[in-house]
Design a protein around this ligand. Structure first.
Ligand code: BES
Ligand code: ZN
Ligand code: ZN
Length: 495
């Protein structure tokens, strides 16, 4: 599978003196050619031809024809200076990668843009934009159809204004490469077949992660503990359910522990409330929450972040068989509350609720769950934004700040008391799916809230929109995006 095979380094110097397949310059808007010397005369005419004034998203590339040591130069516009942010830097890096591939460049150098940003944050954005764009899942392409162009080396160039920062930049590159490798691993297991990533195999992958304590509960243990909802979802599949617990204690002296819970449905057919054609094909991604929390914890460990974080991954496959759970059945949850099954396709909230209630044994101060939970959330917020639900304003602010910094976009949605009506049942304490379609994402969040241990802060991220893309979006490729890893890593680093 994919590995981050592009080496990213930093050097000081003047980019126009570098012998390279491709050199990349980033510029904000200008009125007349800002470049002088050989570079200036080289780009003068092509700049006019392309009507290039450094506007946002515009770029052009030219062969240097021996006027510079490099073979080609690419100039990318960043737009108005006051509108340049880190997300724009990440996004233009995908332009650089795409051009490098189209001209078959094996190596490229990119000059640090002179913008108003912290040098480490800028480095982070550049590395993330490059590394995350340079991903493709080509395991199932035969050799001759695999992408042949490989960018082997990418150098970030600091001109004389920045050269004293080289140490900081190199340190940041190391950290960002760790983060991007984990995002890539997350994408890999989302993109992989559900016939390979089933609950037991997910547990095996977790067990192979070095430096973390991993405990796996099988179906017998789950039955003993009373995980009635989790088991109900998983019973219809030949792949039995698992609870995977991944513990990272980065601050053993502290009693504070956070629990992350990720929805781990390795395939969601909908069950007896079967999904129609057109809605099922991407459902191997329904374990994106579990993949996200697993690789978040792995990243925290590799970076040595001083926090105690435990990931719970309730894994199951939602299938149709003679054993499957049925609409109208009622089950007893781990918490003791009973749940009527209004719809077997609302399975995510079932597996999550048992884990949310169980997390009490870790005495957490904060629980965050991550789930591809509702189509309604994707309809409401689109493909690029996750829904955030929490009653805690401080947690919401902290998550929002991390979101703005990383570009893993989220938006807060409400949980008003009156919306609880929708999850009431006539025959049990709750139903997993009420009669109304309105506010589907909120209903799901309200359901989860019922299982949060008293006095514990909780936030829920519905990543149904951004977890998986039908077409590439800047540095996020088609299919699994690894959404949430960078968001949560940043969240814990700033805690
Ligand atoms: N896994 C789906 C949600 C989903 C839909 C994720 C589209 C990504 C893209 C979830 O299990 C589901 O089917 N939810 C139902 C809930 C409904 C039956 C109450 C939905 O959203 O339709
Ligand atoms: Zn479902
Ligand atoms: Zn699902």
């Amino acid at each position: 599978m994919f590995v981050l095979n592009m080496k990213i380094t930093a050097e000081t110097g003047n980019i126009t003196n570098i012998k390279e397949d491709l050199i990349v310059l980033l510029t904000d808007e200008f009125k007349k050619n800002p470049y002088s010397g050989n570079l200036g005369s080289l780009v003068e005419q092509p700049m006019k031809d392309a009507e290039f004034l450094g506007h946002d998203k515009k770029s052009f590339s030219v062969h240097t024809l021996g006027k510079l040591p490099a073979k080609r130069v690419l100039v990318i516009g960043l737009g108005a200076k006051e509108k340049i942010d880190l997300e724009k830097i990440r996004r233009v890096m995908s332009t650089a990668i795409n051009v490098a591939k189209s001209v078959k460049a094996k190596s490229m150098s990119i000059e640090f843009p002179e913008i108003d940003a912290d040098i480490k944050e800028l480095t982070c954005a550049m590395v993330e934009g490059l590394a995350l764009s340079n991903y493709s899942f080509d395991k199932y392409k035969t050799e001759d159809r695999k992408e042949k162009v490989n960018i082997e080396k990418c150098t970030l160039i600091l001109n004389s204004k920045f050269s004293k920062e080289i140490g900081n930049v190199r340190e940041q590159i190391k950290e960002s490469v760790i983060i991007c490798n984990n995002v890539a691993s997350c994408r890999n297991i989302i993109n992989e077949n559900a016939s390979i990533i089933y609950p037991e195999n997910f547990a095996k992958i977790a067990k192979k992660l070095s430096g973390l304590k991993v405990t796996v509960f099988d179906e017998k243990k789950l039955a003993k503990l009373g995980f009635g909802l989790h088991l109900a979802v998983g019973v219809g599949s030949k792949f039995p359910p698992r609870l995977v617990i991944i513990e990272y204690r980065g601050n053993p002296k502290s009693k504070e522990t956070s629990v992350l819970i990720g929805k781990g449905i390795t395939y969601d057919t909908g069950g007896y409330n079967l999904k129609p054609t057109g809605y099922m094909e991407t459902m191997r991604d329904d374990m994106s929450g579990a993949a996200c929390v697993m690789y978040t914890v792995k990243t925290l460990q590799e970076l040595g972040v001083k926090q105690n974080v435990i990931a719970l991954c309730p894994m199951a496959e939602n299938c149709v068989s003679d054993r499957s759970y049925k609409p109208g059945d009622t089950f007893i949850s781990y918490s003791g509350k009973t749940v009527e099954i209004g719809n077997t396709d609302a399975e995510g909230r079932l597996v999550l609720s048992d884990s949310i209630a169980y997390s009490k044994i870790f005495n957490p101060s904060l629980i965050i769950d991550v789930a591809t939970l509702t189509g309604a959330c994707a309809v409401g917020l689109g493909n690029n934004v996750a829904g955030m639900f929490t009653d805690e304003d401080d947690v919401a602010l902290h998550l929002m700040t991390s979101s703005k910094k990383t570009g893993d976009r989220i938006w807060r949605l409400p949980m008003y008391e009156e919306q609880r009506e929708e999850i009431k049942s006539d025959i049990a304490d709750l139903t997993n799916s009420g009669k109304s379609r309105y506010g589907g994402a909120i209903q799901a969040a309200m359901f989860l809230k019922e299982f949060v241990p008293k006095g514990v802060k909780w936030a829920h991220l519905d990543i149904a929109g951004p977890a998986y893309l039908d077409k590439p979006n800047h540095y996020n490729p088609k299919m699994g995006t690894g959404f949430g890893v960078r968001l949560l890593v940043e969240f814990f680093r700033q805690m």
